[in-house]
Design a protein around this ligand. Sequence first.
Ligand SMILES: Cc1cc2nc3c(=O)[nH]c(=O)nc-3n(C[C@H](O)[C@H](O)[C@H](O)COP(=O)(O)OP(=O)(O)OC[C@H]3O[C@@H](n4cnc5c(N)ncnc54)[C@H](O)[C@@H]3O)c2cc1C
Length: 328
Amino acid sequence: MAEDIFFVAENRSGVMADVSFEIAGLAREIGEKSGKSYAGLLLGGGEVPALAEQLVVRGVSEVIGIQHEALAKYSFDGYCQALKQVIAERKPYLVLFASSSVGIDAAPRLAAMFHTGLASNCMNYTVEGGELFFERPGFNGKLRLRVKFAGQPPYFATIESGAFKQLPAGGAKGKVSLVSANLNPSEFRARLLEIVTPSKGGVDISKAPVVVAGGRGVGNKENFHLIFDLAKALGGEVGASRPVVDSGWVEYERQVGQSGKTVTPKLYVACGISGAIQHLVGMRGAQTIVAINKDPEAPIFNVAHYGIVGDLFEVIPPLIEEIKKMKG
Ligand SMILES: Cc1cc2nc3c(=O)[nH]c(=O)nc-3n(C[C@H](O)[C@H](O)[C@H](O)COP(=O)(O)OP(=O)(O)OC[C@H]3O[C@@H](n4cnc5c(N)ncnc54)[C@H](O)[C@@H]3O)c2cc1C
């Protein structure tokens, strides 16, 4: 069907990555707005049918499972050859990938194979007069670019994690179609030998109900105790923007954003953080966002539910005192 929107679900060693549900939700939304159907693609080995179930029970009408033992681990030759075969046959309009290590590796290769367009790191979209526009960061994140595809489909896009809501549970159960890929693993030019998980410092901010994050506005490592004190008072974890991590004020596990963690806590308090797009993608799914910044024009206020314009060194200490009083 030439009008399909495909999303490529991510099978991470037999576990469905959360971002798969985000791009599934996006595929459905774009489909509804542009009058197109949508379907999921899922690659892997014997685990594919069980994983595909996780999508169809959420109402994805069709998941095409591409099964081959050589797809049990990611390789660009395996994935791209398998996807090329299905895409050439089904001729979708658009194929969505997560902006993950798999998506940023495979999507541009496929776009090149089909001599067509790729919109990368997309964070928003509009459908106007039946035409699809994506928004993506440009010029090192300083500008937001609005792009549209030229030439003939299939078009390809990679989507930032955290930029879209997950496909909600429910809806009529869809079907899983299994297809096999014609692959010759001995011709693969690179093979994934092992996934080495970095050792964790014991902090997992992605699960914390409250995250108090500090940015460059905190000034230095010594001042960061203020952020730890506020997090402790609120019963939360400490997060940080990238320059803070790059400067060694806190460990990488605490970085929020495009190249760090995506967090969706009940409460996110951003202290001395400007609100660059790469930071926002990691936290704008929080239920309530409070921003403390001395610059009233700081972009963080565009996403904050509550904004405090002021010097964090004057705002945070009395805030901690008040919280302590409230807790008795
Ligand atoms: C490919 C790529 C990936 C990236 N990934 C990430 C990522 O994962 N996470 C991330 O955070 N960034 C990321 N960045 C960097 C991002 O573009 C920004 O540079 C960064 O988020 C800015 O951090 P900041 O807000 O702490 O610092 P700044 O932009 O310098 O902002 C500091 C803010 O503090 C305020 N301030 C200063 N003093 C005070 C005070 N006393 N009281 C109150 N407010 C004060 C200022 O008004 C300002 O708004 C990435 C960039 C690129 C290019």
